[in-house]
Design a protein around this ligand. Structure first.
Ligand code: DX5
Ligand code: ZN
Length: 220
């Protein structure tokens, strides 16, 4: 089994000190920096958007992994690329023309991800799997950090892994929501390649750098 990539979620960071947060992650075990954009329409919460991403990008060393929990994401793809996104993930449930949106993201030179809400079956990806760089499996209902991990995610990741192999897709499986030392090992066993973690990393008394290191060591 290969060590997964770790992607701390800025939603749980100190939002009044984003430069400091970005800089202290620079030499940590973080592989990607996960950035949750919420519009108050697709999800019942509003987080942060383009100007904040642009500010973070000025200090970031790792690729910026942008998770768009917004309706009609097609209107904002080039703006997020220009603001510094390396990976852009849209929700399947927000895109009636998902194939077109995925092609648009790739044409911008970004890696293309598709996110699935907890109730969306992985089978919905059958006809697009080979075009994807990332599939993001939500292990909580999107909108808030600090929620409990939904156990069915383990089975879902295993099914997705099988689907990707069958489709000849080398898309990475990213798991997002309630990830901690309690479920990270089984998630990787099931096929997860990227683990997003918000509160587990930023709310730990040891701080994010030590907590990311312990997560990495736990999975080694
Ligand atoms: C939830 C976001 C997640 C969130 C994860 O809608 O997509 O990225 O920040 O936070 P934790 O790890 O606290 O569940
Ligand atoms: Zn996210």
């Amino acid at each position: 089994r290969r060590a997964p990539l770790l992607a701390p979620s800025f939603l749980a960071a100190d939002l009044a000190n984003l430069q400091a947060e970005t800089e202290r992650l620079a030499d940590s075990a973080a592989d990607w920096l996960h950035f949750d954009v919420m519009d108050g329409r697709f999800v019942p919460n509003i987080s942060f958007g383009l100007p904040v991403l642009q500010a973070v990008a000025r200090h970031a060393k790792q690729p910026l992994d942008v998770h768009l929990m917004i309706e009609e994401p097609q209107h904002y793809l080039s703006a997020f690329r220009d603001a510094g996104a390396s990976i852009i993930t849209v929700h399947l449930e927000a895109c009636p023309h998902l194939h077109r949106v995925v092609q648009q993201i790739k044409q911008l030179g970004c890696k293309a991800g598709v996110a699935l809400n907890p109730h969306t079956p992985v089978a919905m990806l059958e006809d697009i799997a080979a075009d994807l760089d990332v599939v993001l499996v939500m292990s909580v209902n999107p909108g808030f950090g600090g929620q409990a991990f939904i156990p069915n995610t383990l089975k879902k990741v295993a099914m997705l892994k099988e689907l990707l192999v069958d489709a000849g897709s080398d898309a990475l499986i990213e798991v997002d929501g309630g990830v901690s030392l309690d479920n990270a090992g089984p998630l990787v066993e099931a096929g997860a390649d990227v683990l997003v973690a918000g509160n587990f990393v930023f709310s730990a008394p040891a701080g994010p750098v030590a907590t990311l290191a312990s997560l990495r060591d736990h999975l080694a």
